[in-house]
Design a protein around this ligand. Structure first.
Ligand code: GTP
Ligand code: MG
Length: 334
């Protein structure tokens, strides 16, 4: 099944909606025949995608995620050019997500309600004093997340919930902990289907002797390749130096201008769902008999969800054809 790295490729919203419809039809067809727990992830994606697309296509929700002390809140404040989220010496510091919206807060309120950021932790980055300085980030909704390696279980749960909803993740690592297992096996690897909405920053780059920086970046690149994240942008940052964010700011400006991150994230979610549902469709469907037609249409529905355009069209007619019929197939494959 397709597991695309879209890179700069655009995701067509209509094609994405067609793929989501195909998943929805597949779920309708297997309803009652496959244990519900095998379909939870697919149902979640279909519902979440519908809500995300309906809420706003003009905003790009970007999360700063990483281990405690890596500098997420420092980067958040530096990008906002304001002290919005407390930075601390006591770890962990950030317990709940903070959000900063570039542009009017009004337009993003429903999105932030859905994401679950409390109103008192929402900030707006638009004032008449700014001039045009911040216009390149107009439409950005930046989230500062709690630490994902937290001693506080509630922090980890909150991070996991939010990572399921955001459009793009900036993973913040630091020179001390960039190779930690929890970062790679617990998180980065899980995002291999979302390479095109993944950015990694090596923050606190100023703490390394300048001659060491290229070696650490190479080492981190090697670890990212092993995580299945080959080709993702990797940038050094220094949150405590305004010039130390130029690369990240430029990357975010490009992302916001493209208006593609939400679509790419959801397309990656559909890829994951299709891979998970694939085993439910037997490799060798029955060749004849009453099960033949239903097995064919399920295969087609899944092919439609996978994004094979010609087959996607056939799904519609297969389903119309089937209207009212009963299905003795698919079977969970042994
Ligand atoms: N030298 C240097 N210090 C930094 C940099 N970024 C952050 N710090 C410092 O590192 C410490 C931790 O920064 P925070 O921004 O609170 O880290 P965090 O990732 O938000 O931590 P949690 O909220 O606990 O998850 C603070 O003392 C910051 O001043 C950097 O790029 N260079
Ligand atoms: Mg913090």
């Amino acid at each position: 099944m397709r597991e695309a790295f879209r890179g700069d490729q655009r995701v067509d919203p209509d094609a994405l909606i067609a793929r989501l419809d195909a998943v929805r039809r597949f779920l309708g067809a297997v309803d009652g025949q496959v244990p519900d727990n095998q379909l939870v992830a697919a149902h979640t994606v279909v519902e979440r995608a519908g809500t995300r697309l309906a809420l706003s296509r003009d905003h790009t929700v970007v999360a700063l995620a990483g281990a405690t002390g890596s500098g997420k809140s420092s980067l958040f404040n530096a990008l906002a050019r304001m002290d919005l989220s407390p930075v601390g010496v006591r770890r962990p510091t950030t317990g709940v997500a903070h959000a900063c919206v570039w542009g009017p807060l009004d337009g993003a309120s429903r999105l932030l309600d859905w994401i679950g950021v409390l109103p008192r932790h929402r900030f707006v980055r638009e004032s008449p004093l700014d001039g045009d300085d911040e216009s390149g980030l107009h439409g950005l909704v930046l989230l500062d997340l709690p630490d994902f390696d937290s001693v506080q279980r509630t922090h980890r749960l909150e991070v996991d919930r939010l990572l399921g909803l955001v459009d793009l993740v900036v993973w913040v690592v630091d020179p001390q902990k960039y190779a930690d297992r929890v970062i790679h096996t617990g998180y980065l690897r899980e995002f291999h289907r979302h390479r095109d909405v993944t950015v990694v920053v090596l923050n606190q780059a100023d703490r390394l002797p300048p001659a060491e920086l290229p070696r650490v970046l190479d080492d981190l690149r090697r670890l990212l390749d092993a995580d299945g994240l080959g080709g993702v942008p990797l940038l050094p940052t220094v949150a405590v130096d305004p010039a130390g964010l130029d690369g990240l700011r430029a990357a975010l400006e490009r992302t916001v201008a493209e208006r593609q991150a939400a679509l790419r994230r959801l397309a990656g979610d559909v890829d994951a769902v299709v891979a998970e549902l694939q085993p439910l469709v037997a490799a060798e469907p029955p060749r004849t008999g009453p099960d033949e037609a239903s097995s064919r249409e399920l295969t087609r529905a899944l092919a439609g969800a996978a994004g094979v355009p010609a087959v996607a069209e056939a799904v519609e007619s297969a389903y119309r054809h089937r209207a009212g019929g009963t299905t003795g197939w698919p079977v969970p494959v042994r």
